[in-house]
Ligand binder design. Structure first.
Ligand code: SD4
Length: 292
């Protein structure tokens, strides 16, 4: 069968990431290479304060990163609560390909990164992150904030012309989180899930609320049962709204596609968008939402 290649990723920084992923696919890379190298663009983007080492720190002023990667055949890898690693997505891929494990966290993940010789950086807040952190310290009483405007994790899902699928998700997590806090992004089935007999899904927003409902897995299972990607995302949002512990302060966005190349997205509140790249070009699409 002939499949329609497509790359989707969360938020407008997904446009640049998708361009890269598309280029990788076009030059003979696998779909796994595409979703890895695509989000590496965002991990390198100094303007993004929610992905990569330039992201906002935890409440101790330390940047800790989470990432996961998954192939449609069920292979997956993740790192969480890792410091100093420039490309957590590549480290997640190494966990998948070079270890018998799925997830390595914290100092163990940093040690693994050192042993693999991946690019690392001295710990130092980026100028933007430092300024924001100092402002937060003055005002926040050490309380993690749940800023519904301030989510820009990248989750990317893709399909190639042979019907292979893969996904990636990478983040510095919630700004000013407690030290050691891990969100949904590195948790397979929460922030990311891919099964290339069915489809793929990824999530952004308040990770606690995504984990609670196994968001990405839920969406893929709903698609397996016959829902369209759009219906599946809407059902997952409904579920998240019903189970939310703090609906007034929660934003979540889900993004999904199935093997036929149909796609969908939905969020709790307005403002979520995603980038789409397919054979006819690329665009930024606004999702619908539970609250209007
Ligand atoms: C987390 N889901 O750590 C991430 C945050 C996020 O855009 O999506 N930020 O909970």
């Amino acid at each position: 069968a002939q499949f329609k290649p497509q790359i989707l990723s969360t938020w407008n920084h997904g446009m640049a990431a998708n361009d890269k992923a598309w280029e990788v696919l076009g030059s003979g890379g696998t779909i796994l290479d595409a979703v890895e190298q695509g989000v590496m663009v965002t991990e390198n983007d100094l303007r993004n304060l929610s992905v990569g080492l330039q992201g906002l720190p935890d409440r101790e002023g330390i940047v800790t990163l989470d990432a996961s990667i998954m192939k449609g055949d069920g292979s997956c890898g993740a790192v969480a609560f890792v410091r100093q690693v420039k490309h957590p997505i590549s480290l997640a891929r190494k966990v998948m390909e070079k270890t018998p494990h799925v997830m390595i966290v914290g100092e163990g993940a940093r040690q693994f990164a050192l042993s693999e010789g991946v690019p690392m950086e001295e710990e130092k807040l980026s100028p933007n992150a430092k300024e924001a952190y100092n402002r937060w310290k003055e005002e926040a009483n050490y309380q993690p904030i749940i800023n519904i405007e301030n989510h820009d994790t990248i989750g990317m899902i893709g399909l190639d012309k042979d019907g292979s699928m893969a996904g990636s998700c990478t983040t510095s997590g919630l700004a000013y989180k407690m030290h050691g806090r891990v969100g949904d992004s590195p948790i397979i089935g929460a922030g990311l899930f891919v099964d290339d007999t069915v489809g793929a899904a990824t999530a952004t927003g308040l990770g606690e609320e995504v984990i609670r409902i196994c968001g990405a897995f839920l969406i893929v299972e709903l698609m397996r049962q016959g829902r369209t990607p759009q219906e599946a995302c809407e059902e997952a949002v409904k579920r998240a709204v019903a189970k939310s512990k703090d609906l007034d302060n929660t934003q979540i966005g889900f993004l999904a596609m199935n093997k036929e190349g149909s796609f969908g997205a939905h969020a709790i509140r307005p403002g979520f968008n995603f980038a789409q790249h397919h054979q006819n070009g690329s665009e930024l699409v606004d999702s619908g939402s539970w609250f209007k």
